[in-house]
Write a protein that binds this ligand. Structure first.
Ligand SMILES: [Zn+2]
Length: 309
């Protein structure tokens, strides 16, 4: 605790690293510790700016770790304006849920969370949806090197391809990066049709123009050659020419089927984001929890609106 009594600045000893659950349980034992953790992310030393009037001087607020603007008297808690705002359970439980979702290889379904933390399943479902919003890619790190791209249908019985009726299923485009000695990162996004118009924003967000993109011979990819000069089309041979991409797709589908039976069409993108958030950090788990908390503090809180299960 600093001499002002607000909180200690985040340092190596307080920033949580790794995936060790015993270490995690030791560090996060009550709401106050979690609140202090959020405060130190929200206001790293010397960076206070009043949300209402922009003033930079403050005094201690009413509640623990809150800050009150000395000009307009606005009192702000560490959770205000973050995804932890108006959470229906304790901050301690919220931290434990974020830890589980980020560090367990397959994450946890809302049903599993409801059993483990003795909460109502819809409550877990709602919170998990917020976490998934924080797991969305920043789109700041497009895939480079060799990138394999294909589309798949997800949901319902096994897939048909492309032009045919989708029925209840959603069409998803998937890109996987090949790196020396194996596979790198991957991204997936729901699209409305396997057309160049639908592929283009996905490519622009997730694939570097310098990448060597490889697709099958579907005509929808052809116009992208204007931007992606190295794009090459090869026969798919039922996926045999894209073995790594097809293993990735099988694993993704298996995960969706296995622990998320009730994934609705509306929720699918959230699950795709969740899966790839962990997948893209699988070799760099040290900061996976901390960085997710940071995203949940700095992203605007999301509200569930019309999306129903
Ligand atoms: Zn103010």
């Amino acid at each position: 605790m600093s001499k002002l009594g607000y909180f200690s600045p985040m340092d190596k000893s307080t920033k949580f690293t790794g995936v060790n659950s015993i270490k995690f349980y030791r560090q996060f034992q009550d709401d106050a510790v979690c609140l202090e953790y959020l405060a130190s992310i929200k206001w790293p030393d010397g960076t206070y700016v009043c949300k209402k009037c922009g003033h930079t001087k403050y005094c201690k607020g009413k509640k623990s770790f809150s800050r009150r603007c000395i000009k307009c008297r606005y009192d702000e808690s560490p959770t205000a304006g973050t995804m932890f705002d108006k959470c229906k359970f304790s901050l301690l439980i919220a931290f434990h849920i974020v830890f589980k979702i980020s560090t367990k290889k397959k994450g946890m379904s809302s049903l599993e969370l409801s059993h483990e933390f003795e909460l109502r399943q819809p409550t877990c479902w709602e919170f998990k949806w917020k976490v998934q919003q924080a797991m969305k890619s920043s789109k700041q790190h497009p895939l480079t090197c060799e990138v394999h791209v294909d589309e798949i249908l997800i949901g319902g019985p096994e897939e048909q391809k492309r032009g045919r009726s989708k029925g209840d299923k959603r069409l998803v485009v998937v890109a996987l990066e090949k790196v020396k000695g194996g596979v790198g990162r991957a991204y997936a996004q729901i699209i409305e049709a396997a057309s160049a118009e639908e592929f283009a924003p996905f490519f622009a967000s997730y694939i570097s123009k310098k990448a060597k993109v490889i697709t099958d011979e579907w005509l929808g990819y052809l116009p992208l050659k204007k931007v992606y000069k190295k794009l090459k089309q090869i026969p798919s041979e039922d996926g045999k020419n894209f073995p790594d991409l097809h293993i990735h797709i099988m694993n993704l589908k298996g995960w969706l089927r296995g622990i998320h039976h009730h994934c609705s069409k509306e929720r699918l993108q959230g699950y795709l984001d969740e899966y790839h958030y962990r997948y893209n950090r699988r070799n760099n788990m040290d900061t996976i929890f901390h960085n997710l908390i940071v995203k949940m503090v700095t992203n605007d809180p999301k509200r569930l609106k019309s999306i129903q299960k």
